[in-house]
Design a binder for this molecule. Structure first.
Ligand code: WT7
Length: 654
């Protein structure tokens, strides 16, 4: 069965519920009838949701599942995603509505209306076209949270080019891997980024990544920090302001097929090589718009929304760019870290812009708890009316704190479960409908089906636990892994092949009411601060260091980040003793290879690793050590004395 970390089992003893207030329920976008309507005719329900968008050509069939597991949604339909997110709001008379209240880390601000956004996106689309980018080409984007990041994504969508956004904190090696995998023609980046009050170079890293990258013809550089040392390669590199500013604001959006690819986003799997998750246009935009509307109860023109994610992750794609903008949001976009220049920064921004919907991650909520209740208490947070959480299971203590200290003890908290692969929210309470339970994502949304099954694929009864599967196709489902059809089928569809279920990789449980509780990953993927990192990825980085002979990595429960990375390393015979410096060097090496988010919390130098007779590392035992537990059953070890050797070595510091 699934291996659970002990911290999660206490989730299941939680039994408080919080029904919505009658006033909230009264004005909510969705009500209980939506579940019944969707259940009685799923396709008719999704057709109704697709009407939220502007279609240049209407579809002739809602779903074609004959090519399963590759779905076609809204067959024959044509639309332009960027037109839906921008132009149509200007055409309907909302050009003056603020789309983005942007807040820079040093305190500079910029407001962009929908009319401004239309001009910027059109100019950027013309600029990309002038560089020879056409529909189907790939554009890699490594940018921090500045308006140009969103403009660049929409400009790609507008001309039918696929963007591949690479998180700003990823290393040159990680960027290069992604650029090569997708054979990106253009890379968009910036001179540098502000991080914790300091300007750090970005373009220099991008240059390191792109040395010899054959697919890349042009690099567009946004000026943000004004770093005079920014290296520019003659003939390849061009400044955004030189290229984009002089373009025409006229650009006619072309309608693309509903299944035209929209973007690739890389995520960690169980091997070292990241998977390029492919999403397409019509179904994706339908589901992100629908979910953003009902899960956050968003009212266009009234609410001020803020999702604190980075566009480098899927949350930024679906709930900063596509869903919210399709719904004519007014939103805050913040460039920096939550404690720069002080720990009240988020609350100060909420107070200033009267944010009414706030969507963040458990790791940050736990960090706010650590910083102290008195910090949010200093600000006026009375504009808030919905709070959301995403990225990992939220522990009831954090959920309750969030509702009490940020939500005045009265507003709905929605815990939203989904994945890069699902594209949009799948399991979540509805704020005007559901009596929420701290720690549970509860029920699949109307139109979505998700069940918990045992090893054989049989649904478990109330109170039972097993694997989370998605047993029916959904509009924003991934359409594949870029360039690796075999891996797509193997990873998600082979586990329950006979039943045709999508295997999510998460353990889950039903409570006695039949509500779903997510219990964390069941594969070799760690979840650190809501970011997926594979154990193999970190192991490969470690063994690429000249002093390392062998490495095994586990995710250990961490009070703030959900999981922390703990590595067990065997040094080569000729390497110096594993002193403090050696450990520091290894931690920095991983940060350099993958990015600072993958830096192990702890590295233990050990003489041996526990292995089965077939040579498979028994991570379960290493997790016992990492979490300071009594070591479990060692009978399947090839050499059962190994664990003694490891623990003794750790005690004596050898
Ligand atoms: C994995 C997906 C979804 C956008 C951010 C992460 C975990 C995500 C929840 C939640 C419990 C959650 C799962 C999932 N996860 N949200 N509300 N409760 N677990 O996207 O990087 O693709 O990671 O994050 O383990 O499989 P991602």
């Amino acid at each position: 069965m699934t291996e659970q970390s002990p911290g999660l089992s206490n989730l299941l003893t939680e039994n408080r519920t919080f029904p919505p207030s009658p006033e909230f329920a009264e004005q909510a976008n969705a009500d209980t009838s939506w579940y019944e309507r969707a259940e009685s005719d799923r396709e008719a329900f999704w057709a109704e949701q697709a009407e939220r968008l502007h279609w240049d050509t209407k579809w002739s069939q809602v779903l074609d599942w004959s090519g399963a597991p590759v779905a076609k949604w809204f067959v024959g339909g044509k639309l332009n995603v960027a037109y839906n997110c921008v132009d149509r709001h200007v055409e309907s008379g909302h050009g003056d509505q603020v789309a983005i209240h942007w807040v820079g880390e040093p305190g500079d601000t910029r407001d962009l209306t929908y009319a401004d956004l239309k001009n910027e996106v059109s100019k950027a689309a013309n600029a990309l076209t002038s560089l020879g980018v056409t529909a189907g080409d790939r554009v890699a984007i490594q940018l921090q949270m500045i308006p140009e990041a969103i403009v660049a994504m929409l400009a790609c969508a507008r001309i039918g080019a696929l963007h591949s956004v690479v998180f700003g904190g990823f290393s040159p090696t990680a960027l290069r891997q992604r650029v090569d995998d997708a054979a990106a023609k253009v890379v968009i980046t910036s001179d540098g980024q502000y991080r914790r009050g300091k300007a750090a170079p970005m373009k220099a890293n991008v240059d390191e990544a792109l040395a010899g990258a054959e697919s890349v013809e042009k690099v567009i550089v946004v000026r943000r920090t004004g770093d005079p040392e920014t290296p520019m390669t003659e003939g390849r590199d061009v400044w955004w302001h030189d290229l984009v500013d002089e373009q025409s604001v006229e650009h006619t959006p072309e309608a693309f097929d509903a299944e035209h690819p929209l973007f690739i986003l890389y995520t960690s799997g169980t091997t070292g090589k990241p998977k390029g998750i492919l999403h397409t246009s019509g179904g994706y935009l339908t589901q992100v718009a629908y979910t953003h509307n009902v899960v956050f109860d968003h009212k266009p023109g009234e609410d001020v929304y803020w999702c604190t994610a980075d566009i480098g992750w899927v949350t930024g794609h679906s709930y900063i760019v596509y869903g919210p903008l399709a719904n004519r949001v007014t939103q805050v976009v913040y460039e920096g870290t939550p404690n720069t220049p002080h720990e009240g920064r988020h609350w100060e921004i909420i107070q200033k812009y009267k944010v009414s919907i706030y969507y963040t991650a458990p790791t940050l909520i736990r960090t706010f708890m650590k910083w102290g209740d008195d910090i949010p208490a200093r600000y006026d947070l009375s504009s808030l009316r919905v709070l959301g959480s995403v990225g990992e299971p939220i522990n009831p203590e954090a959920w309750i704190w969030y509702r009490e200290h940020i939500g005045r003890g009265e507003i709905p908290v929605v815990d939203t479960w989904w994945q890069t692969e699902t594209g949009a929210i799948m399991i979540s309470p509805l704020p005007g409908v559901t009596a929420t339970k701290p720690g549970s994502a509860q029920k699949p949304l109307p139109g979505i089906s998700a069940i918990v099954v045992d090893d054989t694929g049989k649904e478990v009864p109330p109170g039972g636990g097993g694997y989370l599967v998605l047993d029916k196709p959904w509009p924003s489902m991934l359409r594949g892994i870029w360039g690796d059809d075999e891996r797509f089928r193997e990873t998600y569809w082979s586990r329950f092949a006979d039943l045709g279920y999508y295997f999510a990789g998460d353990g889950a449980k039903y409570d006695d009411d039949g509500d779903i509780w997510l219990l964390g990953r069941v594969d070799d993927v760690m979840n650190v601060s809501g970011h997926r990192i594979s154990t193999t990825e970190v192991e490969s980085a470690l063994v690429s260091h000249p002093t390392v002979a062998e490495a095994a990595v586990v995710g250990a429960t961490d009070p703030t980040t959900g999981q922390g990375i703990v590595a067990f390393v065997i040094l080569r015979g000729n390497a110096a003793d594993g002193g403090e410096q050696a450990v520091q060097d290894l931690r920095n090496h991983v940060a350099k290879e993958i990015g600072p988010i993958a830096k192990p919390r702890q590295i233990m130098i050990v003489p041996e690793l526990p292995k089965t007779r077939s040579g498979k590392i028994m991570r379960r035992l290493l997790r016992d050590i990492a979490e300071n537990r009594q070591i479990g059953d060692v009978t399947t070890l090839a050499d059962s004395s190994v664990m003694d050797l490891i623990t003794q070595g750790l005690q004596t510091g050898k």
